[in-house]
Design a protein around this ligand. Sequence first.
Ligand code: FES
Length: 575
Amino acid sequence: MKDDKKRTFRSAGWFARTDKDGFIHRSWMRGYPQDVFDGRPVIGICNTWSELTPCNAHFRQLADHVKRGVWEMGGFPVEFPVMSSGETNLRPTAMLFRNLISMDVEESIRANPIDGVVLLTGCDKTVPALVMGAASVNLPSIVISGGAMLNGKFCGQDLGSGTDVWRFSEEMRAGRMSLESFMDAQTGMSRSVGVCNVMGTASTMATMVEALGLSLPHNAAIPAPDSRRLTMCQLTGRRIVEMVHEDLTLSKILTRPAFENAIRVNGAVGGSTNAVIHLLAFAGRVGIDMTLRDWDAFGRDVPTLLDLKPSGRFLMEDFYYAGGLPAIVRALGEKNLLNKDALTVNGKSIWENCQNAPTHNAEVIRPFDKPLVESGGIAVLTGNLAPDGGVLKPSAASDHLLKHRGRAVVFETIEDYHARIADPNLDVDETCVLVLKNCGPKGYPGMAEVGNMGLPPKVLEKGVTDMVRISDARMSGTAYGTVVLHVCPEAAVGGPLALVQNGDMVELDVPARRLTLDVPAAELAKRRAAWKAPEPPMQGGYQGLYVKHVQQANIGADLDFLVGCRGSTVTRESH
Ligand code: FES
């Protein structure tokens, strides 16, 4: 740590004053000895605790352990709440609120006497929302995740959060699982505090922040109830104080090489497609030139080494015991698939942190010559059905469907899908392509995780478990299937997806990265002339603002006026 005892930190603008305003700032804090206002770093602990976000319900304890570390290093910790988002409870979709939470985070940090910030993140959207908000202020910032829950257990088998829900739901709909067993399984699935225990979006994003260098090594995989998670909180609290002394701001970590590392790591762990949108949004906040194509360029040849659900067999707990993310990073580095000099929050490069990381279980973290999937990563598809791109996760798809031509069965909305999918008269078989419209950022609104729409019962009854599905929606990171997502432009703004009709032929060619609607241009022009934009479900309030300003998924689905960094300066006093 630099000896910068003479440096004046941002918080001194509040607490070091000897006038009326300084009196007000100190006096109303209450209960602290005067010497905490001696110019020491003030550390904000941004907490997404909420009982309505059950994955983050243990965060008060985590915050207490962060505080220990801050006090130890001579800092002054102040915890503050921001809006939380629980994936399982929020309607119409938690993604609608990611950008709102990021505004809460940004304004809370900037408006307060804070010199550095610890971001306490867990359930899916709490990770990107906090990083996006902090990135737009650019103070020293460090992430500590809540960790994943223990392996689920049911009838002697391990259960993966979400992933096995989708499987059980299909089994029950196909008549192979009783309602009683289905209800029993739910109690065995979520056995401890923490986020989903598969490589879903929460664990993917915890992995992404570690790969970006925004957290201490091993943050991604230490299980939520493991005492080492509490230790990491304390170490994180210690480290943020040092970061303030070193002026190690977030933009010094979130560099282009760091993003490239994260994209490769996503391929190596079989991460969620949601990471694509969130990292594009991060890049927008810090002004890094990153495009959807970078996901294909950097992730394409990365094999998936981690054998974790939903792509593989194991769960997050197993990942930690097998060596955690440092072991994966080491494997990438040894194959020259890593920008080794990328800086991390502990002041060391990612390679210094991971070059000697051991692998303890080669079944879970597989070697390069025996990967789970040869070409992992995210496939970015373009073509006349997705001029601005769509994505597919090859590791979660079926090999035999990666090149497929089929007849479209179209659902205009998610309600239309629910109303007709189980209809025995629905003209569909396993060779068809299910197409879902109006579930994108503006159309839903909020881009719901409905892209992995369940198969028609009459197809399931034949024992078929996958079909090609295409939409402008997202998919839960816990889900799987040959599912094309994030099709841009979305249907609600008149993208070609809006023009697809029942019976059209659609061609998916993942190796060639193409998605084609086989309809003559003249016919498409006729349909476009007759197309009318759907009415948004709500005109006013936050939803109204969101629909007006949300950008398309291929550039991160941020609100247009939130893109960029606005810094930490506030010149006016409040009284
Ligand atoms: Fe919270 Fe999956 S529902 S992490």
